[in-house]
Ligand binder design. Structure first.
Ligand code: ADP
Ligand code: NA
Length: 333
């Protein structure tokens, strides 16, 4: 009987990639236009789970906000804010640290990927990250969480935390069970030099990823050098099985164009890379150039970004604080 609420976030931990755009931001814009209340957050508390240069953090936060705005998030239709400005996130995360189990965290594949062989030297925050993410979502009683595939396990853990909190404190139904929304042709964009690794802001080399701020030359050069097998594109989707690099480029084309993967294959059946890669580069430039131009215009008006984030934080807090107060109350404070 009330409008379902969407929550999602992006870390200010390096430049936004095409993966963030297709897997997250573009879909945030789509959901804003539908019958949802939409709450989007620059999750700076998550960013510092790995070291961030303090001199760069504020601008990195503004740049993610600029990416949201340039791609079409409208502050009069969505709440857009910065996590650290709403202290309720950190506070609810602590309550959840006392609800979540160590064994649950041990199963998180993203921690294993990010910590690598160096788990002992990782921050405790990186380990507890999913508990803060659960707080982000549940503070708004959000029901829908649009994310890329890599975040599915964290949203599932959020459901477990909600259920255990409700159960342990006899508060049945207090926290809802949010659904991960993982849709579209490009929910897992892979890096361009190694089709088995996801494209990431914090990847090793700039040539592996398309940044939302890359200019036309860079985009063309990166796609030209993207690793592929030597075969032309297949006649049907089936033919992309066991061809991760080819599948990735088709997914990216579909995500950018709004076509399905099947329609892309039909259009380019039998095409060689000499034809497909330049077409893909042109499409990426056409879609990304207006966004990156608007991002740099916004970055020249930092006061305006700060004003938007400040107003967003007030609106976010108005929803979050009563839910946090109720959670404290339920816990016995
Ligand atoms: P990153 O992994 O680039 O640091 P975040 O962890 O801040 O990005 O993720 C922000 C959002 O972008 C999440 O919803 C995540 O699932 C999505 N995302 C990140 N990388 C990709 C990718 N390569 N393909 C699809 N979605 C992605
Ligand atoms: Na809406």
């Amino acid at each position: 009987n009330h409008t379902p609420r969407v929550f999602s976030g992006i870390k200010p931990s390096g430049g936004l990639t095409l993966g963030n755009y297709l897997g997250a931001i573009k879909r945030f814009v789509d959901m804003q236009a539908q019958d949802f209340e939409t709450v989007y957050c620059v999750v700076d508390l998550h960013a510092i789970t790995v070291w961030q240069d303090p001199k760069e953090l504020t601008d990195a936060t503004r740049e993610v906000a600029a990416g949201f705005l340039a791609a079409g998030i409208d502050p009069s239709q969505s709440i857009l804010f910065n996590q650290s400005q709403v202290p309720a996130h950190a506070e609810l995360a602590w309550l959840f640290n006392c609800v979540a189990r160590v064994g649950w965290m041990n199963r998180m594949t993203q921690f294993k990927d990010k910590a690598g062989k160096n788990a002992e030297q990782s921050s405790l925050g990186l380990y507890a990250y999913p508990s803060l993410m659960a707080a982000d979502i549940l503070l708004y009683h959000a029901t829908h969480v649009p994310v890329g595939e890599d975040q599915k396990q964290h949203v599932e853990l959020t459901r477990d935390i909600a259920a255990k909190f409700n159960h342990d404190f006899k508060a049945e139904g207090f926290f809802p069970q949010p659904e991960p929304i993982i849709e579209g042709p490009a929910t897992r964009v892979m890096n361009l030099r190694d089709g088995t690794k996801k494209m990431s802001k914090s990847g090793e080399s700039d040539m592996e990823r398309i940044n939302m701020t890359d200019d036309a030359d860079k985009i063309a050069k990166k796609f030209k050098k993207a690793k592929t097998d030597p075969e032309p594109l297949p006649e049907t989707l089936e033919g992309l099985k066991d061809r991760p690099e080819a599948k990735n480029l088709v997914d990216i084309y579909a995500g950018l164009s709004g076509l399905t993967n099947e329609q892309v294959i039909t259009e380019y059946a039998g095409a060689g890379w000499g034809r497909f890669k330049p077409a893909l580069a042109d499409l990426a430039v056409e879609k990304l150039a207006p966004i990156s131009e608007e991002m740099s215009r916004l970055m020249n008006d930092k006061a305006e970004i700060d004003r938007i984030l400040g107003e967003g934080a007030d609106k976010a807090e108005a929803i979050a604080q009563p839910i946090l107060d109720r959670a404290y109350d339920i816990t016995g404070f």
